[in-house]
Design a protein around this ligand. Structure first.
Ligand code: PCA
Length: 223
């Protein structure tokens, strides 16, 4: 009888974590630094795969879709910088609108155009945002729910991600959403230290990985 060779162990399922390159004249983007800091972490059995997205309307989604095809993640969390905010912001909704206040990194500035022509007006993120907020606050990091991801490249990516996922069979869909983070010290005020933001996002990811449904949906009272 042929000797029994053990099957190679399956790689752990992936948590895809994206961050954007600097934009608008900044030389840093905390979203990218956070994603890179968490690269390779194991979170509730998921392995974090960090991916850089260009702050470019034309290429951010193709790059994200390539990463989705490559990693087949169970969970997708995109990070972006939101200068002027004081807390980590868990985005609840992406809208089908591009209305750029400034040009992107290749000079494109779409005004009042849809992300997906003919697409629905909006999609809700499918992350358990209330459980995530509770976990981040417990770690002592400021955190809030947000009802607008703006109308620049971050909203473009959130809407495009949720639209892409919605085309998949329900059983194959990763849960997906977006987290905005404040400036780093030196970029402007208000700001949060990088280590604080890394801890906050780490806690948010644990809660997202462990909690399949939101606390409110599951009958909780966290408002
Ligand atoms: N923030 C921008 C795009 C890239 C980023 O980090 C936004 O909020 O749209």
């Amino acid at each position: 009888m042929a000797p029994c060779t053990p099957a190679a162990p399956l790689p752990p399922p992936t948590l895809l974590l994206t961050g954007f390159d600097p934009f608008g004249g900044d030389t840093a983007n905390p979203s990218l630094q956070i994603a890179q800091a968490l690269q390779g972490q194991r979170i509730a059995g998921l392995q974090v795969q960090a991916q850089t997205l260009p702050t470019v309307f034309a290429t951010a989604l193709p790059v994200l879709e390539q990463a989705l095809a490559r990693w087949q993640p169970r969970l997708v969390v995109c990070l972006g910088q939101a200068g002027g905010r004081a807390a980590i912001g868990l985005e609840r909704v992406g809208i089908n609108l591009q209305d750029a206040r400034i040009p992107d990194n290749v000079g494109a500035q779409p005004i009042d155009t849809p992300v997906v022509p003919g697409g629905p007006a909006a999609y809700f993120a499918t992350l358990p945002v209330k459980a995530m907020r509770q976990a981040v606050l417990r770690a002592g990091v400021p955190c809030e729910l947000s009802y607008t991801a703006g109308s620049f490249v971050c909203n473009h990516v959130l809407y495009g991600l949720l639209h892409h996922v919605a085309q998949q069979a329900p059983a194959a869909r990763p849960r997906a959403g977006f987290i905005h983070v404040p400036w780093l010290p030196g970029q402007g005020e208000p700001c949060l230290p990088l280590a604080t933001m890394v801890r906050g996002v780490y806690e948010a990811l644990w809660a997202a990985a462990l909690q399949p449904h939101d606390l409110a949906v599951a009958g909780g009272t966290l408002h």
